[in-house]
Design a protein around this ligand. Structure first.
Ligand code: HMG
Length: 389
């Protein structure tokens, strides 16, 4: 029985910053951000959007009545959780009107959280072939103003329905993982901003890739020739180029060319959004599937997931016949194209704002909400309140 991704949707807030303008304001050559880092625009979340509302919006864009009846597992990978106890999955379960007899919880391991959800859901569906699972990855990436991580911020969510006989990507049941206790990137409970050792994080990412790709090859006897394309966790799009160059260093030219040929399509959406942490790998995969010509039936795609701290995993899947019919290219392009540009002053003011942390009530200004359906209306009696329009 094949198990894999049957539906996939994404959501990002209505507003963005232009990277060339941010570079000018920071006194940096714009090419450093657009070519050196590889980002054109960076999504910025307003106060009425958080990981929960963004995940709900991504899910609402794909779920139908049959999904709502069949989903019995809601798994939410995030490192932007809004409560130490209650999981975002429970709110999303409610906001998306999924039948009551489902299990729902949150998973955390930096950007690896949504991958952990996928692995768990595969086991669940193998035991319960009629079930479906909703996997969410939603985050707001924040390093702060004038930091070296600033051009690698972003905000957004990916939602996937996993099922047996999936219509988009059948996942292979063989993967290779690696866990090492390292401090390349972390966010203590008291901080809104991530701490990062930037150069070390790049090195750790590449060394995890080398390790898990080596183990995956040993386990499966597959090599680069067996892959039509490889998608990577994308903290910024230049990282995928570094990753591809390291994978193909000693590869035959035709394999290197084919894999590099898919690079632009696999970064098209991420370049416009920035890092969305747990959803980044899946946003890249969605970008590849929607922006490239239809891939031949049976094409295998490699997937590299990396969550700082750190856990890495290489796994793979095979595109399903007619998969293009089950994607939403136009809706996703329109979501990206219809956003409003923030001036750098507006962005700076917004980045430093947050909802009260002292227990006082607060209402958000939802007048500007255009694309999303779910939003955070505020905090009352220490509880976050959400609504679906
Ligand atoms: P930096 O020190 O400001 O940048 O930080 P740099 O000096 O290394 O320059 C970046 C690139 O721009 C270089 O290219 C320069 O040569 C180039 P590279 O050598 O890397 O190929 N450059 C130019 N190119 C064209 N024209 C120019 C020009 N000037 C310079 N004029 C850094 C960069 C990524 C370290 C920083 O932004 C950062 O710390 N970001 C956050 C950490 C991060 O994203 N790490 C990635 C790996 S870890 C990961 O992916 C996990 C993560 O998602 C978290 C999680 O798991 O939850 C982060």
């Amino acid at each position: 029985m094949n198990i894999g991704i049957d539906k996939i949707g994404f959501y990002t807030p209505d507003q963005y910053v232009d990277m060339e303008k941010l570079a000018e304001k920071r006194g940096v050559e714009p090419a450093k951000y657009t070519i050196g880092i590889g980002q054109e625009r960076m999504a910025v979340a307003p106060l009425h959007e958080d990981a929960v509302s963004m995940a709900a919006n991504a899910a609402l864009s794909i779920l139908d009545e049959e999904d709502r009846k069949k989903i019995d597992l809601v798994l939410f990978g995030t490192e932007s959780g809004v409560d130490h106890s209650k999981s975002g999955a429970v709110w999303v379960h409610h906001l998306t009107d999924i039948q009551e007899n489902a299990g729902s919880f949150e998973l955390k391991q930096a950007c690896y959280g949504a991958t952990a959800g996928i692995k768990m859901a595969m086991g669940h569906i193998a035991l319960n072939p009629e079930s479906k699972a909703l996997i969410l990855g939603a985050d707001i990436a924040k390093y702060g103003l004038n930091t070296s991580g600033e051009p690698t911020q972003g905000a957004g969510a990916v939602a996937m329905v996993l099922s047996s006989d999936p219509r988009i990507l059948a996942l292979d049941n063989d993967s290779a993982s690696l866990t090492k206790d390292i401090s390349d990137f972390w966010r203590p409970l008291y901080s809104d901003y991530a701490f990062v050792d930037g150069k070390y994080s790049n090195e750790a990412y590449l060394s995890f890739l080398k390790d898990v790709w080596g183990k995956y090859k040993e386990k499966t006897a597959r090599d680069l020739k067996d892959f039509e394309a490889v998608c990577f966790h994308l903290p910024y799009t230049k990282m995928a180029k570094k990753a591809l160059l390291s994978l193909t260093e000693n590869a035959p030219e035709e394999d290197a060319e084919r894999l590099m040929g898919h690079y632009q399509n696999s970064i098209a959406y991420n370049k416009q959004v920035g890092n969305v942490y747990t959803g980044s790998l899946y946003l890249s995969m969605l970008s590849l599937l929607e922006q490239s010509e239809e891939l031949a039936e049976g094409s295998r795609i490699g997937l590299f997931s990396y969550g700082s701290g750190a856990v890495g995993e290489f796994f793979s899947g095979v595109v399903q016949p007619g998969y293009k019919k089950f994607l939403n290219k136009e809706a996703h392009e329109s979501l990206l194209d219809s956003r409003q540009e923030l001036s750098i002053d507006e962005y700076e003011e917004l980045l430093e704002k947050s909802l009260p942390k002292d227990g006082s009530d607060s209402e958000t200004d939802t007048d500007k909400m255009k694309k999303g359906k779910a939003y955070l209306t505020g905090i009352k009696d220490n509880l976050r309140k959400y609504e679906v329009k």
